[in-house]
Design a protein around this ligand. Sequence first.
Ligand SMILES: Nc1ncnc2c1ncn2[C@@H]1O[C@H](COP(=O)(O)OP(=O)(O)O)[C@@H](O)[C@H]1O
Ligand SMILES: [Mg+2]
Length: 259
Amino acid sequence: MPNTTSDVPMIEARGVVKRFGHNVVLRGVSLSVARGEVVAVIGPSGSGKSTFLRCLNHLETIDGGHVAIEGEPLATTDARGHCRYVPDAEVRRICAKTGMVFQHFNLFPHLTVLENLIEAPMVVQGLPRAETVARAEKLLDKVGLSQKRDNYPARLSGGQKQRVAIARALAMQPDIMLFDEPTSALDPELTGEVLRTMRELAEERMTMLVVTHEMGFAREVAHRVAFMDQGELITARPAQEFFADPGHERARAFLEHML
Ligand SMILES: Nc1ncnc2c1ncn2[C@@H]1O[C@H](COP(=O)(O)OP(=O)(O)O)[C@@H](O)[C@H]1O
Ligand SMILES: [Mg+2]
């Protein structure tokens, strides 16, 4: 029975295990994200942040634990440790609830900005072109790039490319947005415009999970901060609280290094 009550977590990960060969990169990661919540994921390089995000929308498969999106199981593990995914069509339907933004934009270089935005809604959702164009134009206006509509990505700055990438993810009308270091590839003077776009999205109550090194963003925009280290999610506490007292030695050491 589909769960429709609003207190069902938008994202629920429980005991998620991920191995690459013999390398265990997620060692039982648990995190629950509520509707409209913004959670920043921080931690040293190699701690498993990207892998965790990718496990939530099936860019990686998990080896143990449970993942559910809006109350719908994506993968579950039985008492004998066998991890099972729901059928492919269900996986696709459930993963369509999440949109993802990557460090390196991943725009289609041979398509204009507008074409980048309408491609998936037309091909994946099967919507008529006119409808996808109208939606895309609204989104370009929202991220302040209407005037770049007919440009190719190569003509844009990094900050503009990333705002297009955000608009492109939104064009699929996701309920949840996953960001993997969206400003890490940008020159410092370009991070502000991208963070501003993300802040606006947060103000509209989008559910967001954001891997970031931007401590200012984590402190001001995120409701909670999750700290990962060596494949474990060590703590996820309210942002104010976390920055006042991370509560764990490894988190404190990381924070001192970052600030
Ligand atoms: N596709 C992969 N194949 C093998 N090992 C991987 C792969 N992706 C990530 N890893 C390993 O998993 C660990 C966690 O990586 P990652 O999730 O990228 O960390 P973070 O995003 O926190 O820097 C690292 O040791 C990394 O080398
Ligand atoms: Mg990463």
